[in-house]
Design a protein around this ligand. Sequence first.
Ligand code: FDA
Length: 393
Amino acid sequence: MIQRDVIVIGAGAAGLFCAAEAGKRGRRVEVLDHAKKVGRKILMSGGGRCNFTNMYASAENFLSENPHFCKSALSRYTQWDFIALVNKHGIPYHEKTLGQLFCDNAASDIVKMLMKECADVGATVTTRCEILSVDKQADGYVLSTSLGDYQCESLVIATGGLSMPKLGATPFGYKLAEQFGLNVLPTRAGLVPFTLHEEQKQVLSELSGVAVDVSASCNDTAFREAMLFTHRGLSGPAMLQISSYWQPGDTLHLNTLPHENAHTWLTQSKADSPDALLATCLARLFPKRMVQILIAYHNWPNKPVKQLTHSELEAIAETLANWQIKPNCTEGYRTAEVTLGGVDTNELSSKTMMAKNVEGLYFIGEVVDVTGWLGGYNFQWAWSSGWAAGQVA
Ligand code: FDA
């Protein structure tokens, strides 16, 4: 039987960070992961450059049944604390946009940093380890694994969500929570591209590769960012962001002229160049390929704008400002960046991340029902929740 003070299951962002923090307190820590490699999502993240935090991270950037739950951890270990750690390790980074911080070189800089933090405090990391069973005993937990049996006082579950099974995602954390009587909220894919109904897809897939600035809204939330047409449907930051607020059957509202009033713009175009065709006017705003498709798709009359009747102009302006699309579905966990839902925060202490009714059992990172927006927020949650558990586990 291998004895440890703390066992962390999951060598991803939250697990590695928590292990280093617990190790700093002199705890004997071991991280166990079934994958061959640690931190695979970190390595894949941010297009290989890891958007490791966001300068403007706050509780408003997270979705949860209990939006207050994340406040404690986020305020006790902030983005500035993590940035200081990145600075301490001499990792070069830059702000890409909207406070999003990316490594200049490679995401592997972050994984190396986490592994060094663990090594410095003697926290060991073991890969290719299948967890076969977990049992609670009077003085802690006994784990039966493919590499033998372990005994520990504190058990931290950092096995993440269901997104991207090919990167090692499993429902382990949810099942373990249920085994110990914790409520698990229904999960669904978040930060994920939309698929379209066949008819829409046939027309709009011709725009595959075209990106436009939009304000996308659904269920009282709006994001102004780029939308990308793909051969399967709609993607790009605006779509990924709004996907976390979308439920099957909901309609997306797209303002394709977020920088100006569509009606004023059309009226002005009519006054400035009355003989220009509608397509010519629209081509001042959108790629030519998109104009042709928009006109055909919406059945707009492509005539000189001076000939547009009041009601035609109104209808075109309304569609530009509020193009309503009902997606068929999302691409699901296969391509989703995160999983919404998960271990019910009512079951956990927001200060320590320990289960309120199960002494010594902690849940951190994405397995918990706290999901961030696109832009470095999900890693910040991994660091903050990992830190919180690391102070006590
Ligand atoms: P994470 O998924 O990182 O780690 C879980 C670990 O548990 C894995 O190592 C896994 O192998 C292990 N595990 C799972 N089941 C197990 C089992 N049964 N037994 C043993 N081990 C098991 N976020 C962000 O803020 N900025 C970004 O740039 C990106 N980019 C990005 C790109 C892509 C492609 C994806 C898929 C996701 C992102 N994200 C992101 C989201 C971010 O990666 C995610 O929120 C964090 O990695 C979550 O950290 P966790 O440690 O909770 O889980």
